[in-house]
Design a protein around this ligand. Structure first.
Ligand SMILES: [Zn+2]
Ligand SMILES: [Zn+2]
Ligand SMILES: [Zn+2]
Length: 153
């Protein structure tokens, strides 16, 4: 995996190319998410930033920062957990489509995976067949990671 600095500088260039700016606060929030490799709430992030950078960011700003990072595809919001994760493709240039997430219910470790389009289309068909419309095809799967499974055994 790339180190945090590589990821942040990549994100910075990416924002500059888009005409937006990764400000110091935005950088701190993103770096905290990248480092944790876990899903974090806005309040977890406030605490982490205060711990690592000695500055408390008000909740309102953290939400605005997260909105910005989400719009730039640098972080993803997990709807079920209401937490955020850093995108694992910040340093890649390819289009990664709709992200899917495996979430460990024990340690909150999150892994971003891609599912082939065919599976998503199949899913959409089933939803339509049941008389519903899929609002977001983002899947968040309740899992247990191998290291937690090993501990439990
Ligand atoms: Zn992603
Ligand atoms: Zn990638
Ligand atoms: Zn786990």
């Amino acid at each position: 995996m790339d180190n945090v600095e590589t990821i942040i500088s990549h994100a910075e260039r990416y924002c500059t190319n888009h005409g937006s700016r990764l400000t110091t606060k935005r950088k701190r929030v993103l770096a905290s998410l990248v480092k944790s490799e876990k899903a974090l709430s806005a309040y977890d992030l406030i605490a982490l930033c205060e711990q690592s950078f000695g500055e408390k960011i008000p909740a309102m700003s953290v939400y605005r920062i997260l909105e910005f990072l989400e719009a730039e595809n640098l972080v993803h919001k997990l709807n079920l957990a209401k937490k955020y994760v850093a995108c694992s493709h910040i340093t890649c240039d390819h289009d990664h489509g709709v992200p899917q997430f495996l979430i460990c219910g024990e340690c909150n470790h999150v892994k971003e995976i891609s599912i082939n389009k065919q599976t998503i289309t199949e899913l959409q068909k089933n939803v339509a067949h049941a008389g519903f419309q899929l609002v977001s095809p983002q899947l968040e799967m309740n899992c247990i990671c191998n290291s937690c499974a090993a501990k439990a055994a």
